[in-house]
Ligand binder design. Structure first.
Ligand SMILES: C[S@@+](CC[C@H](N)C(=O)[O-])C[C@H]1O[C@@H](n2cnc3c(N)ncnc32)[C@H](O)[C@@H]1O
Length: 387
């Protein structure tokens, strides 16, 4: 039998606990504690199993020197090790690009800690590469490590990158509170998200807000017909699908041209415009029976400008139904997610200031985030007067 060595296809990265190793060919990830890392390091093809046992055995707790042989057998079985056949070699080094791609992949799987290992190594190998810092920020976000995330994104922007999305993320991570997500950030976020929006929201995040909002509206006015409906922050039209049957005319507005394009393909809106909500409500003509906004006002802090804009565009007796994320902090809070949460009292106050009556204000499931349910507030406000 020849000597064991690390599989040349496997790349390794030292961590505080030991080693992480990955074989891109078999897509297999190995994590090793300190002992495993020590044996793996010595497996360079120049030593037999007996020699390895003699070297490592004395360092192990008493009676565990046989574990060295078992560890090597397992390593051969899983493809971490191979028999050297006379060759020797150092472990394979991952390129920065490989490390970044692996970090992104493991972030997508929700394995934040593993993603951090790859991204951190990328920043060590190439500290000038903004993508390495971006990948580290994303991985830290997946792992819920907000300080690491903030540091990584600061270094990313220090590389000279213009990125409104990360600029806003940093504001959130630093505890700043801009009045709402800036327009260029909204546009970039949703233009990028648009191709996978419907699938990710429905299949991965169990997004149910459109149906719940529609149920709330139905509970007040029954199944209506012949309404002029405005969908603000309409996105790809997930809310519009349900409301279409009630509409004589349906208008959708959104800041993201690519989301609007997808809404147009559904063929359910009579009029679609790329516009900012508060601007549009302030300038547009026309009155509506129903204004709906689903999972969009989470990009606003103070809801006052939207509520007063909506009040201006509602017919007497008209309804404004919307969802936000429920927050504990009054009046609202920009959270590390880059979105705002709202306290129910804030909703009541802005309704009053806008001259709208709170008909319903209920808590309910919105969607999942990082595997946990997000609780929403579903609000239904009415403009006084007869419809
Ligand atoms: C999470 S999506 C929700 C889309 C749709 N209502 C739904 O339920 O699927 C939020 C949408 O709000 C839009 N949005 C956010 N802030 C906006 C603003 N200030 N003006 C116009 N649209 C905005 C985004 O472009 C995005 O399409």
């Amino acid at each position: 039998m020849t000597n064991p060595m690390l599989n040349p296809a496997v790349g390794t990265i030292a961590t505080d606990e030991g080693y992480v190793a990955y074989n891109p060919g078999s897509d297999r990830l190995y994590t090793m504690n300190g002992q495993g890392a020590l044996i793996a390091e010595l497996c360079d093809g120049s030593r037999s199993v007996d020699e390895l046992r003699a070297l490592v055995g004395p360092l192990l707790p008493e009676g565990q020197s046989a574990d060295v042989g078992r560890w090597i057998d397992d390593g051969i079985d899983t493809g971490l090790l191979v028999w050297a056949d006379g060759s020797t070699g150092a472990p394979r080094e991952f390129s920065t690009g490989e490390l970044i791609n692996l970090a992104i992949r493991f972030s997508e799987y929700g394995s934040g800690q593993t993603a951090i290992v790859f991204a951190k190594r990328a920043t060590e190998v190439n500290p000038e590469d903004p993508n390495a810092w971006h990948a580290l920020g994303r991985a830290a976000g997946t792992a819920g490590l907000h300080d690491l995330r903030r540091d990584a994104y600061e270094k990313y922007l220090n590389c000279g990158v213009e990125d409104p999305v990360i600029f806003h993320q940093l504001a959130a991570l630093r505890g700043d509170s801009p009045p709402r997500m800036p327009d260029d950030c909204v546009r970039m976020t949703f233009d990028n998200f648009s191709p996978v929006y419907d699938k990710r929201m429905r299949d991965q995040l169990s997004y149910q807000a459109p149906e719940r909002l529609q149920d709330l509206i139905r509970s007040e006015m029954g199944d209506a017909a012949g309404l002029e409906i405005l969908d603000i922050g309409c996105g790809t039209g997930l809310v519009g699908i349900g409301l279409k049957g009630w509409a004589a005319g349906m208008t959708g507005i959104d800041l993201s041209p690519k989301m609007i394009e997808l809404a147009r393909e559904r063929g359910i809106y009579d009029r679609l415009e790329v516009a900012e909500i508060v601007d549009w409500l302030g300038q547009a003509q026309g009155q509506f029976d129903l204004i709906a906004s689903c999972d969009c006002l989470i990009y606003f802090g103070d809801l006052g400008p939207v509520a007063s804009g909506a009040a201006r565009r509602l017919k007497p007796g008209g309804l404004f139904g919307f969802s936000v994320e429920r927050g504990e902090r009054y009046p609202f809070e920009l959270t590390p997610s880059g979105r705002y949460t709202h306290h129910p009292e804030h909703v009541r106050e802005v309704a009053k200031q806008a001259g709208l009556i709170v008909v319903r204000l209920e808590e309910g499931f919105l969607r999942n985030e990082l595997g946990l349910p997000v609780t929403g507030l579903y609000a239904l406000l009415r403009k006084p007067g007869d419809a």
